[in-house]
Design a protein around this ligand. Structure first.
Ligand code: SAM
Length: 286
């Protein structure tokens, strides 16, 4: 079945009484070049298993199934059950779980559904209303996955893949860099979807190293510093950090100096190494 053909999609949808849900971020891919590219660049190959979040009518699911040994897909919308039974009928290596990804214990699900797979990758065209929470869940919960290759809105992609120490970065940039190596892969225009969204998209890949990229003695403190630093991205760091951490300004200024961070520095100037150094300096004083 040609799942990028608008006629085919409309036909299978109407036969099964399915209509798009805007609330669930249902913009389905109809550009035939995009899904094979996501699967290839996402590391799908024999011996690997892929996890997909949000199947839609199965256009990407199918490309993952063609390249990987096994596909585990998590889809929230049970109305897609009969649709997928038709569109993915010929593939016997796809397991679809109907659940909310944000309420799913992914490590437990992997242990149950993908036992014995060392190479597990995530590939998805993410529902845009939960881009950041899904990405943070995939990184923070540390399920046994090698990489996350996802389509997100272009603006989110720019923020996630921004270089630390530039104006484009935010708290999520620091968080993503802590756990992974982000890379911008390619841009996808809005006409590649049905219905077409109002903005363009991009595919990014987050490679998750075997060993953590950075080591801090207190992860909670690290993320508290990140959140407080970037809460007001154009303001100087000293005031919000002092308030959030409960450290008097003169003392904090001294700590910043010790880490080579100017007292008047703004969050956009921070490198990962600066935040790590500050975290360790504050942790030492506790
Ligand atoms: N992969 C398909 C494609 O590329 O055409 C569909 C992508 S569409 C942007 C997002 C999909 O995620 C929809 O099928 C939607 O129902 C599903 N979805 C939305 N919220 C979800 C959630 N919390 N958990 C799992 N799936 C979700």
């Amino acid at each position: 079945m040609e799942l990028t053909n608008i006629g085919t999609i409309k036909d299978v949808m109407s036969r099964n009484g399915f209509t798009f849900s805007k609330a669930l971020g249902q913009n389905f891919l109809i550009n035939p070049t995009v899904c094979p590219k996501i699967a290839e660049l996402g590391g799908c190959k024999p011996g690997t298993a892929a996890i997909e979040i949000g199947t839609g009518v199965g256009v990407l699911t199918k490309e993952l199934a063609l390249r990987c040994d096994k596909v585990l897909a998590i889809e929230i919308d049970e109305r897609l059950k009969p649709v997928l039974a038709e569109t993915l009928e010929e593939y016997d290596n796809i397991d679809i779980v109907f659940a909310d990804i944000l309420k799913t214990d992914l490590s437990a699900l992997i242990a149950e559904k993908l036992p014995g797979y060392d190479e597990i990758v995530v590939c998805a065209n993410l529902p845009y209303y939960i881009t950041s929470p899904v990405i943070m869940k995939l990184l923070e919960e540390r399920p046994p996955i090698r990489s996350v290759t996802v389509m997100v809105q272009k603006e989110a992609a720019d923020r996630l893949c921004a270089k630390m120490g530039t104006r484009e970065c935010g708290a999520v940039t620091a968080a993503v860099n802590y756990y992974s190596e982000p890379k911008m892969l390619f841009r996808v225009n809005r006409g590649s979807f049905i219905p077409a969204p109002n903005v363009d998209s991009a595919v990014i890949r987050l490679d998750i190293p075997d060993k953590p990229r950075y080591t801090v003695s207190d992860e909670k403190l690290f993320f508290k510093i990140v959140r407080a630093s970037f809460a007001q991205r154009r303001k100087q760091l000293l005031n919000p950090l002092s308030a959030a951490l409960g450290i008097p300004k003169p003392e904090l200024a001294e700590m910043l100096g010790k880490c080579g961070i100017r007292q008047t520095a703004r969050p956009e100037e921070l490198k990962m190494e600066d935040i790590v150094a500050l975290c360790e300096t504050i942790a030492d004083k506790k």
